[in-house]
Design a protein around this ligand. Structure first.
Ligand code: BMA
Length: 887
């Protein structure tokens, strides 16, 4: 086997219809048509033009509108490369020359394009090689007869995705989301790139994944199916296992052959501690399939983040996690012929069992992920593409996002169907950090074509992606699409003209895709749509079975408390928008536009009426802000409070509900949105709140006016014991009544600790001890303790926060340097709501932020080591504010 990578520096130019006979259309001449310029592969036209300063940054101001032409034109990429004549005659010393050495000596040479986005026509040395029309497929073309010794020229011509969907849409109008360029469903390309209610209309064009030449002579590995069998008899051909806890890894290999020679398939398993186990089989001449298996010595199980955990691990994980810690095995499969490796693949494997438990119960039918026999409450969020131009997402940024999810105690992300199947590095990180992946197939909020060619295109895409990802420990579920079953049932798509598309929907999501999953990944559950009840077209968003998207709050304008009327089995979407942090706003709007209703701020808000909704909810909760920075802060508090209200309720209600994935984790550009991490990865208030409301042991308060109930919810796999303390106190700290309760919570459960009725003290009527004005000066403060460690601290007011008589809390801080970084102690003389810490001149993630601090309490916040920083410098740079400073 020889591989010659073709990634790196290419050239590109704009072309006219003549250059792209397959999908061609005209292009106007003013943007350097005809001139070749340097390009990067993987990359895109937008990022290449940006690098050359030929377009303004589309994420700044309303520049998006100024670069619309880019996706409306056709573009051509070319690369001239050398291929060495034979193994003994390497050309030069450059990396590509060295890699190319020997390629021509192989009998079969393929051009392998892992991702072409999207409508591409490929030629090698002027001869057509192939066409691509699906950004989610890998294209593999035989170029043996096209490749020449010495210089070769590869050209990839892309026709405009926008022109394509426009003309297809004119012929065959299909439903697509209101915020998108109409017609997106006609093209197998990330739907949100045509625009979404949080995303710009900037569909990229280009070679967006690896591209390489692969040469073989004897055989290659066509497919490898890794499976694991845990401590139970498995179906033949695997022999029964001896006892519980034993794990066998099997690898089904399929080989493509050009010679009938005997080949050996070798399976190597490298344990997390480096121990190697190896086995092999011989595939005699002509044989194309075989199965290898290894019984894993002392198997170490993979677990979702936070599992299994006990009270002692709880205290250790309360620190910000520095890196993933899941035990991962490396698997290597090699195909060997006469001592030479013909082909080789490597995989990262986590050992675990996984099941989606759906059993009848008093609430309907359960929907619970069970890993290694332990029912897991899914805590997480929805994942969207991390950049409108995905090829520029750095490894560090991607890891920051996944690590941030894990730091907030998340154990599941849903790769939403409006983006794309993610790259290997995404799943590598999810494996490492213990993040389960709910994987949608890429269909969202639309009606899709029903013709055979479209179905065949999707079939190949689905088989490829299922086979690519099925070995992943993190992969928990295949889901047909986003919100399309709901669309058919409730969004008025049932027009008689559309019946044929409904039949196609039924065929695609209830037959074709589940069939592909069953045939290629029978170890993983398939779910028809999100949301769905699993009974076609029956109550897709119903609360008795399956998952739900709860948009009553936000889209339906209902108050936050309305979540408590929604007894879902699994909430896979719900959420609330906020503005991104000021530093992020600064990247797209200059100070003159720092106003919620300015043109630029509205341009960076894609949900019609979104800003109005935020202000509307704000008037329910907070006083109107004194300046723009305070506005940003308040929008983030609202978002955090909203999602907290939902999650705390559903975690309390975990006998019924088995998971919450809020909408959405991240952003693809700087914008007002539902994300808790903004485009740059900055933590909004919601992300800090998630770190509290997703904590393994949670004290939450069910508040219905003067009556409240304290609950403790535990995800620990063992019993938890501790103490809940509460006090009814004035904002200045005078305690009116206080109490404490010892708490013992059984594993994986939630329980009410106590019910408190403060009607005599705080009800609105005239007979109360405290009059109306006093209710504005009193809160319930609560704390949860494990031994002498305080796990959480919070407050519940009895009036809307806007009516609290907050005064200056006189916040005082002490900064200390520690072995692990810095420690900041914050103390309040009066109640401080939503204490907000920042360091001027540096971006940091604190261990906690935007938290409540009742009078007389101290909170300790930690910071990692900051290169070149001393305690003195932290002290000087520290900014501490709270709610009272916002109005
Ligand atoms: C959900 C998602 C997205 C959308 C979000 C916010 O329904 O599936 O389509 O962006 O709501 O409206």
């Amino acid at each position: 086997m020889h591989i010659q990578s073709l990634t790196g520096t290419w050239q590109f130019r704009e072309v006219g219809s003549d250059a792209c006979p397959e999908h061609g259309r005209g292009a106007s001449p003013e943007h350097g048509r005809g001139d070749w310029s340097p390009a990067q592969v993987p990359g895109s036209v937008h990022t290449d033009l940006l690098a050359l300063d030929l377009i303004p940054d589309p994420f700044v101001s309303d520049n998006e509108l100024r670069v619309q032409w880019v996706a409306e034109r056709d573009w051509e990429y070319r690369r001239v490369f050398q291929v060495a004549p034979d193994p003994s005659a390497a050309l030069g010393t450059g990396p590509s020359a060295a890699l190319g050495t020997g390629l021509l000596a192989e009998e079969q040479i393929f051009l392998v394009c892992d991702g072409l986005d999207t409508l591409a026509h490929v030629t090698l040395n002027g001869q057509p090689v192939g066409r691509a029309e699906n950004a989610f497929r890998c294209y593999r073309w035989d170029v043996t007869s096209h490749l020449a010794e010495g210089e070769n020229e590869l050209r990839v011509t892309f026709s405009s995705p926008v022109a394509h969907i426009r003309s297809r849409q004119a012929e065959q109008p299909l439903v697509s989301p209101t915020h998108s360029i109409p017609g997106g469903p006609h093209l197998r390309k990330a739907p949100c790139q045509f625009g979404w209610d949080w995303g710009p209309q900037l569909p990229p064009t280009g070679i967006w994944k690896d591209i390489q030449l692969e040469g073989y002579t004897v055989a290659r590995l066509d497919d490898v199916h890794l499976r694991q069998h845990h401590g139970r008899p498995s179906s033949p051909p695997l022999p029964p296992r001896r006892g519980k806890g034993e794990v066998t890894v099997s690898a089904g290999v399929t080989v493509e052959r050009w010679q009938d020679a005997d080949v050996r398939a070798v399976l190597r398993l490298i344990a997390p501690d480096g121990r190697v186990q190896e086995t092999e089989i011989t595939l005699p001449g002509g044989a194309t399939t075989g199965t290898l298996e290894i019984e894993v010595a002392d198997p170490q199980l993979w677990w979702p983040n936070g599992y299994p955990s006990t009270p002692s691990t709880l205290l250790r994980t309360s620190l910000l996690r520095a890196g993933g810690a899941q035990p991962l095995y490396q698997v290597e499969i090699a195909l060997v012929h006469e001592g030479t490796i013909c082909d080789r693949r490597t995989f990262q494997l986590g050992l675990r069992t996984l099941e989606l438990r759906q059993e009848p119960d008093e609430f309907g039918t359960s929907f619970t992920f069970v890993v290694n026999g332990v029912p897991v409450f899914a805590k997480g969020a929805n994942w969207i593409p991390a950049d409108s131009f995905p090829t520029r997402i750095s490894d560090d940024h991607l890891e920051h996002l996944i690590r941030s999810a894990a730091s907030a105690h998340m154990n599941m992300l849903r790769v939403w169907g409006g983006g794309f199947y993610e790259e290997e590095r995404f799943y590598d990180l999810c494996d490492r950090y213990g993040i389960l992946v709910w994987q949608d197939f890429i269909f969202s909020c639309s009606v899709y074509p029903d013709d055979d060619a479209f179905f065949e295109n999707v079939r190949v895409e689905a088989v490829e992606n299922v086979r690519r990802l099925r070995h992943r420990a993190s992969l928990a579920l295949w889901c047909g699409n986003n919100e399309m079953e709901w669309g058919w049932v409730q969004w008025g798509w049932n027009d008689p003209d559309y019946l044929r598309y409904k039949a196609a929907y039924d065929q695609m999501f209830h037959h074709l895709l589940p069939g592909i999953c069953a045939a290629n990944d029978s170890d993983r559950p398939y779910w028809p749509s999100s949301p769905s009840s699993n009974v076609p077209f029956e109550a897709p968003n119903g609360v008795r079975a399956g998952d739900t998207h709860d948009w009553e709050v936000w889209h339906g304008n209902r108050p936050f408390q309305a979540y408590r009327e929604h007894n879902s089995r699994f909430v896979s979407e719900f959420g609330f928008q906020s503005l991104p942090p000021l530093e992020t706003v600064r990247t797209y709007a200059d100070e003159a536009n720092w106003n919620m209703t300015s043109y630029v701020m509205e341009h960076h808000q894609r949900n019609a009426a979104g800003n109005g909704k935020i202000i509307n909810y704000m008037t329910d909760h907070f006083r109107l802000p004194r300046d723009f920075e305070s506005l940003v802060y308040l929008t983030q508090l609202l978002q955090a409070e909203c999602v907290r209200t939902g999650v705390e309720y559903w975690r309390r209600n975990q006998r019924c509900t088995s998971g919450t994935l809020y909408w959405q984790l991240n952003d693809c550009w700087p914008v007002a949105s539902w994300a808790s991490l903004d485009y740059f990865g900055r933590w909004k208030a919601l992300h800090y709140a998630a770190r509290r409301f997703y904590a393994p042991v949670l004290l939450s308060v069910e508040d219905w006016g003067p009556e409240v109930a304290l609950h403790v919810t535990s995800d620990l796999t063992g019993e938890w014991q501790g103490t809940a303390r509460w006090s009814l106190e004035t904002l200045g700290g005078d305690v009116l009544e206080a109490g404490e309760e010892p708490v013992t919570v059984p594993a994986l459960s939630s329980m009410q600790v106590c019910e408190l009725d403060f009607a005599d003290q705080v009800s609105a009527g005239p007979s109360t001890t405290l009059g109306t004005s006093a209710r504005r000066d009193v809160v319930l403060a609560y704390e949860l303790w494990q031994g002498d460690e305080r796990l959480s601290l919070g407050v519940v007011p009895f009036v809307p926060t806007k009516h609290l008589e907050l005064g200056d809390p006189e916040l005082r801080t002490i900064v200390r340097e520690t072995d692990e970084g810095f420690e900041i102690e914050v103390a309040a003389r009066r109640l401080a709501r939503f204490v907000w810490l920042a360091l001027a001149g540096i971006e940091v993630v604190f261990s906690d932020n935007y938290f409540d601090l009742p009078a007389g309490r101290t909170a300790t916040v930690t910071l990692p080591v900051l290169e070149g920083w001393t305690a003195e410098r932290v002290r000087e740079a520290l900014r501490v504010r709270s709610l009272v400073d916002s109005f």
